[in-house]
Design a protein around this ligand. Structure first.
Ligand code: NDP
Length: 327
């Protein structure tokens, strides 16, 4: 048994329900590893869980991803050893100084990749990876609409679509954010805070309807995303940073041009260990060889978790925010 410090959600609500406090952490159980956390990633899913949009029994420790060094292993763990540098996602309770995680959820961090960068790359990196390889497999010449293109997932989508030979129409809420998207390879830039007809702007920029719309903004962009698609295009609604999309008349897929609509979640694209290892290996490998740029846009001590979420929810961030044990 050791002591840990963690970010707890005491009850569903706004950021005032976040509490940073010490607690006992038992030795790792069968199949678990204990990890000293170097950094935990800040994600929008934490907001949904804190708010109760995704119900979780309280109190619970926030945070779905992180990276660190293994300090102990439980019975039955054969392929992870003390001293290994590991990262994970899809594992709740990561915003902590030390955690116990199932060994099957940790992956090795390649030499040369900083642990803070690895923590920043996992959840959003694997998300962008499944979106461009599996949900809609981008081909050379495809045109993809990427909303919030300077955000965490957005920056990675821009890079991955471009790396696969696709053309990105990027949107963001400010010209400064669009500059970031442009620097990562986006060819067409739209400030959606300043246009009245977003779908029209997308179609004019692309010269036609887009093949796929990657939409993690949700409520405020969904209609325009759908109206931006070519016939038989794919609408990928993967989040609701602006709010959840209300119930939907399925006939709109018909009138829009035999469209496809999916609402994917990372969990279903990494459920099998083999697939998880493949995606994590490609993402962390690309970070290691420099072909995927991870922008850590903010680094906060655990004790300032609420400030980090205030920035994320307030649209004042670019790239990825991480929480570290000390300042
Ligand atoms: P981001 O870093 O992209 O931050 C969200 C961005 O959304 C903001 O910076 C802002 O960019 C834009 N936005 C537009 N309207 C609002 C609003 N009203 N409130 C807040 N933000 C707004 O976050 P993440 O990269 O962590 O997540 C992006 C999306 O991806 C989220 O919806 C998240 O839930 C989803 N996601 C889904 C996963 C899945 O598997 N389905 C996995 C991981 C993330 P701007 O100012 O440019 O508009």
């Amino acid at each position: 048994m050791i002591r840990a410090t963690s970010v707890f959600v005491s009850e569903p609500g706004d950021r005032s329900v976040l509490q940073v406090r010490d607690h006992d952490l038992p030795d790792p159980a069968e199949g678990e590893v204990q990890v000293e956390v170097a950094a935990a990633g800040v994600n929008f899913i934490d907001v949904y869980k804190r708010q109760g949009v995704y119900p979780v029994p309280t109190p619970f420790v926030l945070g779905e991803e992180g990276a660190g060094t293994v300090t102990a292993v439980g019975p039955g763990v054969g392929d992870v050893a003390v001293g290994d540098r590991v990262a994970w996602c899809q594992a709740s309770g990561s915003e902590s100084t030390v955690v116990n995680k199932p060994a099957r959820l940790v992956v090795p961090v390649p030499d040369g990749v900083d642990l803070e960068v690895a923590a920043a790359a996992m959840l959003q990196g694997l998300t962008a990876h499944y979106l461009v390889t599996s949900t809609y497999a981008v081909k050379p010449g495809d045109v993809a609409l990427v909303h919030a293109a300077a955000g965490g997932v957005g920056q990675l989508l821009v890079q991955m679509v471009t790396a696969r030979g696709g053309v990105v129409v990027a949107t963001a809420g400010s010209d400064e954010k669009l500059d970031i998207a442009k620097s990562l390879g986006a060819q067409h830039l739209i400030n959606y805070s300043t246009v009245d007809d977003l779908a029209g702007a997308v179609r004019r920029a692309a010269g036609r309807g887009v093949d796929v719309a990657y939409d993690g903004v949700g409520k405020s962009t969904f209609d325009a995303s759908l109206a931006s698609l070519r016939p038989r295009g794919m609408m990928v609604l993967f989040g609701g940073a602006s709010g959840q999309v209300p119930p939907f008349d399925i006939q709109r897929l018909n009138s829009g041009g035999s469209l496809f609509l999916t609402r994917p979640t990372l969990a279903h694209y990494v459920a099998e260990r083999e697939e998880y290892e493949w995606r994590a290996g490609e993402v962390l490998g690309a970070v290691a060889d420099g072909s995927l740029k991870i922008d850590v846009g903010g680094r906060y001590p655990l004790t300032e978790a609420a400030t980090a979420y205030e920035a994320l929810e307030g649209r004042r961030t670019t790239g990825k925010l991480i929480l570290v044990p000390t300042a």
